[in-house]
Design a protein around this ligand. Structure first.
Ligand code: NAP
Length: 252
């Protein structure tokens, strides 16, 4: 990368977001690690700085709150001295339960974090990307959008909305030099997955599911980070509006 660019990763303190933050910092991006969990974000940013990369934590930011998002994007611009030209919308929450038991509160919270959050973040950074004539947006959706998932109606609906947002934005922003793609991860070994295993929500252990996966292992945050690294690179400028599955062959 010839010039220094600024990347912002939401949910960057844990799991997939942690892997993406670390990879983008290694790739030479000045990386803003944004997370609700301030301690986790600080730890990830500190790990990257120890390796000589440029990374700063923006903790305690809830992506479902537009005012907090706008303020965080302003602070990132100030701290790094330039606009965010790479945005990875990764922060997400899941919920498991029977459809008829989903409360309004649960439905609205899942939509607010998984869909409103990316909406607010895109609106906050796109003007700067437009002005620069260059931008990269990667939305982390879910492999559950390929086929649906029982007992996860709110989650799958929110993530399917994110796929639709990706495709529509790609068409609208292509002329501005901005690409928008989505990676739907499948079965990645993160705290979210292990929490589901512990609560008996996977219908079997992680090891059991790994045996049923064509590549015979769970995914790693690094697998998603590698795909993301390519999608935000200069070389990926002709790829936009795409759904790039990273799932060990579980969905084709
Ligand atoms: P994770 O380990 O739970 O990490 C998610 C991070 O996002 C956490 O640090 C969490 O903070 C943060 N976060 C949650 N709500 C937030 C909010 N409102 N504002 C800002 N940050 C927030 O999850 P993961 O497994 O890495 O998942 C990352 C993304 O991949 C999610 O969008 C998820 O839906 C998607 N995904 C994961 C898998 C998988 O197999 N792991 C599969 C499909 C899709 P707290 O810890 O404080 O809540």
């Amino acid at each position: 990368m010839s010039e220094r660019r600024i990347a912002l990763v939401t949910g960057g303190g844990s799991g997939i977001g942690r892997g993406i933050s670390q990879r983008l910092a290694e790739d030479g991006f000045a990386t803003a690690v944004l997370d609700l969990n301030g301690e986790a974000a600080e730890q990830v940013a500190a790990e990257s700085r120890q390796k000589g990369h440029e990374a700063v934590a923006f903790g305690g930011v809830d992506v479902s709150d537009r005012a907090q998002v706008d303020d965080a994007v302003r602070r990132v611009r100030e701290r790094f001295g330039g606009p965010v030209l790479v945005l990875v919308n990764n922060a997400g929450v899941s919920d498991v339960g029977r459809f008829l038991k989903i409360s309004d509160e649960t439905w609205n919270r899942v939509m607010a974090v998984n869909l409103d959050g990316p909406f607010y973040l895109c609106q906050a950074v796109v003007p700067d990307m437009r002005e620069a004539g260059w931008g990269r947006i990667v939305n982390i959706s879910s492999s559950s959008t390929h086929s649906g998932q029982p007992f996860m109606a709110a989650y799958v609906a929110s993530k399917s909305g994110l796929v639709g947002l990706t495709k529509s934005l790609a068409l609208e922003l292509g002329p501005d030099g901005i690409t928008v793609n989505t990676i739907p991860p499948g079965f990645i070994d993160t705290p979210m997955l292990r929490d589901s295993e512990e609560r008996g929500l996977l219908g079997g252990s992680v090891d059991h599911h790994a045996e049923l996966t064509p590549v015979r292992r769970p995914g790693r945050p690094e697998d998603i980070a590698a795909a993301c690294s390519f999608l935000v690179s200069e070389e990926a400028g002709y790829i936009t509006g795409q759904v790039i599955g990273v799932n060990g062959g579980r969905n084709t």
